[in-house]
Design a protein. Structure first.
Length: 318
């Protein structure tokens, strides 16, 4: 029910929570940071209370509360930061995807072709607006957002898909992970499966990608607490995060969320079914710090971005 904001620049002081946002009536399952020159810095959150909230990051005020789902809101996506008419996509355990106008909060479109929980959504501009969604029904669906029609289905996963992200670092690709213990990389434009990355011994809960065009990485986190770092260009394992074994595997704690930062401080930020958050150097794999004490229960989601102070990350949970 709480969102914690922490400053990451220099990672000092470690573990310091400098902002607390409260407003949801139940656990927060999804969060993303969105910013633009025209509209400033916003945070969008989705909750077990069936609602979405849009927050002004700079003053911590809730701008909008969006209601329309009949069950938990578990995943979110937003239009690229330079969009003139930005959209939010929300996915739910009610099997539906709802498209919202970010600025007005009005419902734009409702999509209901998934046969089970919608677990992940992404919005891209290529050059037309496209929505990509994944579900527990093992389907990935690409949608034309201009009219809500389906472009194609991507089918290769065996069992539920837990996470999905996109990258334009190489050719435009979709990266997905699921209960079949594989990370799959797809050609976004043709829908062809490029590679299945194998190495995890447990269900994959979450995947994330960096935006570094020179050396882009995929990071995957699994139900057994393992975290793997993959080369997105070479499509091979770089290294597993060895210290994740002590942090998560030995404590039998699942990875619940991952976020990757680039620039001066390239980091991997991970949360699990504990109240702690771990931060690693994404280049060396070294553990940088552990954030603890702000959450008193499970942390469900972490998201990285910037506010007026510099780089920050947001964490949300029970």
């Amino acid at each position: 029910m709480e969102l914690q904001a922490r400053e990451t620049e220099g990672l000092e002081p470690p573990g310091a929570c400098f902002r607390l946002l409260e407003g949801h009536d139940a656990a927060i399952y999804a969060a993303l940071l969105w910013s633009s020159i025209n509209y400033g810095n916003m945070l969008i959150t989705g909750s077990r209370d069936k609602s979405l909230k849009v927050w002004n990051v700079d003053n911590s005020m809730c701008i909008l509360t969006l209601r329309g789902h009949t069950e938990d809101v578990v995943c979110l996506a937003a239009s690229p930061n330079n969009s003139l008419d930005p959209l939010i996509a929300s996915g739910s355990t009610d099997k539906k995807i709802i498209l919202w106008a970010l600025l007005s909060g009005k419902k734009v479109l409702e999509l209901d072709r998934h046969k089970s929980v919608v677990t992940a959504v992404a919005i891209i501009q290529d050059p037309d607006p496209i929505l990509i969604s994944a579900g527990s029904d093992s389907d990935i669906i690409c949608w034309n957002l201009s009219n809500g029609s389906i472009i194609r289905f991507l089918t290769s996963h065996i069992g539920p898909i837990s996470s999905l992200v996109t990258s334009f670092a190489r050719i435009p690709v979709i990266v997905s992970g699921g209960d079949d213990k594989t990370v799959k990389v797809w050609d976004l434009r043709s829908g062809a499966l490029i590679q299945s990355l194998v190495g995890h011994n447990s269900e994959i809960n979450v995947v994330a990608v960096s935006s570094d065009k020179a050396n882009p990485i995929i990071v995957s986190g699994a139900a057994d607490g393992s975290i793997f770092v993959w080369d997105l260009l070479g499509l091979q394992l770089i290294f597993p995060l060895q210290s994740a074994k002590d942090a998560y595997i030995n404590n039998k704690s699942e990875i619940s969320s991952l976020s990757v930062t680039d620039g001066i401080f390239p980091m991997i930020i991970a949360s699990s079914w504990t109240s702690t958050i771990h931060v690693w150097d994404s280049k060396s794999g070294g553990l940088l710090c552990v954030f603890s004490g702000a959450h008193i229960n499970r942390v469900c989601v972490v998201a990285c971005g910037r506010d007026e102070t510099g780089p920050v990350f947001i964490s949300g949970g029970y």
